[in-house]
Design a protein around this ligand. Structure first.
Ligand code: TXA
Ligand code: MG
Length: 338
């Protein structure tokens, strides 16, 4: 078993982790969205360790993380499209991943044989320094075991990956708490493959032509071919069964009142907990808080040994859409509308 160490993000530790990455190891790094499990995108052996460590299916492609725009050359052949330039100007560095045609230099392991590549320029200073120290882009999925909630602290990563990786760079609690928004450029329109805190309304400042991919709100047949392979897998699941309840607070209270006992819990918005005398956690007041807290709260239910959790349904617009998208998956699409 490998000894896993959580390292503070000192310059020395960043250089140490960059050396590990140069030697073909994987390292967990903080980003502003969630923690990532990083490897050199140009080292297939290193990249294949990511799949092994996470238990990730090989047909699920990885995002390439860059720390300066000049790194784009090696990744894509779409450098000059107007829409890409506008996205870069407006949202990078930041929590937006863009899918563009790939440069052949990027291996099939990264792209899962697609002819596109996912690119992200994180804003978190530690990830930027780490990529800079490496001098190559880093492939990084979220640093959780496949199927588990994404990690938003170094301790979450430790909990999932202790004994599997050498180092976790600690950059504190992730500011956003939800994975990046993913968009695919399709001529002059944008297809949203995964909603995030960069909302559809914000993207509209770049183009009015925005399509929400079917997979954002619907369950995908695991045998089908989809644009974003990650959307067809079970995701974000704590041990408990999650039920998402779309209703008013009054109807929610009536629905769960005789169900809350032993290991059956509910999760409501901040301020609503006083309506319940036991087995209740809150997951934020507004959508931004909910995005920040949702994965933390899902993990908390595991710690509490919850076997079933009824969740209040968040708003479905703007940032709320991203929270709703993750909760739908955590609930394996078990949605009750009252
Ligand atoms: O915020 C984030 O994006 C975090 C941090 C670490 O940067 N990363 C992350 O990676 O969430 P991951 O692997 O958990 O999710 C990446 C998603 C997957 O659903 C994958 O299928 C999709 O991006 N993806 C990657 N490359 C793609 C491509 N070429 N076309 C379509 N979807 C792609
Ligand atoms: Mg993930």
């Amino acid at each position: 078993m490998i000894k896993t160490t959580i390292l503070d993000a000192s310059t020395d530790n960043i250089i140490y982790c960059a050396d590990l990455l140069k030697n073909g190891e994987v390292v967990a790094m903080p980003t502003e969205t969630v923690y990532g499990l990083a490897a050199n995108i140009f080292n297939d052996k290193a990249v294949s360790k990511i799949f092994e460590i996470k238990g990730r299916p090989q047909d699920n492609p990885l995002i390439c993380h860059i720390s300066n725009i000049s790194m784009l050359d090696e990744l894509t052949i779409d450098l000059h499209s107007e829409i890409f330039q506008k996205l870069i100007e407006k949202f990078w560095p930041g929590p937006l991943t863009v899918i563009v045609p790939r440069n052949k230099k990027v291996s099939n392991l990264i792209t899962a044989n697609l002819d596109t590549v996912a690119i992200r320029f994180p804003s978190h200073i530690v990830s930027r320094k780490l990529i800079e120290a490496c001098g190559f882009p880093l492939a990084a999925p979220s640093a959780n075991l496949s199927g588990k909630p994404s990690p938003t602290s170094a301790n979450h990563v430790f909990y999932d990956l202790n004994g599997r990786i050498k180092a976790i760079l600690d950059g504190g609690i992730c500011e956003v708490g939800l994975e990046s928004t993913i968009v695919k450029i399709e001529d002059d329109s944008l297809r949203v493959l995964r909603p995030g805190i960069i909302s559809v309304d914000m993207l509209k400042e770049v183009t009015e032509n925005i399509v929400l991919d079917d997979s954002v709100l619907n369950q995908i047949d695991p045998n089908s071919t989809v644009i974003s392979p990650g959307t067809k897998y079970k995701h974000y699941s704590p041990n408990a069964d999650i039920v998402l309840v779309d209703s008013s607070l009054d109807d929610f209270r009536t629905y769960v009142s005789d169900k809350l006992k032993e290991n059956v819990w509910c999760a409501v918005f901040d301020g609503e907990q006083k309506c319940f005398d036991k087995n209740v956690l809150t997951f934020g007041y507004n959508e931004k808080d909910q995005a920040h807290n949702i994965f933390m709260v899902l993990r908390k239910f595991d710690e509490l040994g919850a076997s079933k959790v009824f969740f209040r349904c968040p708003k479905k617009e703007n940032i709320g859409l991203a929270v709703y998208n993750r909760l739908l998956r955590a609930a394996a699409f078990n949605l009750v509308v009252l």
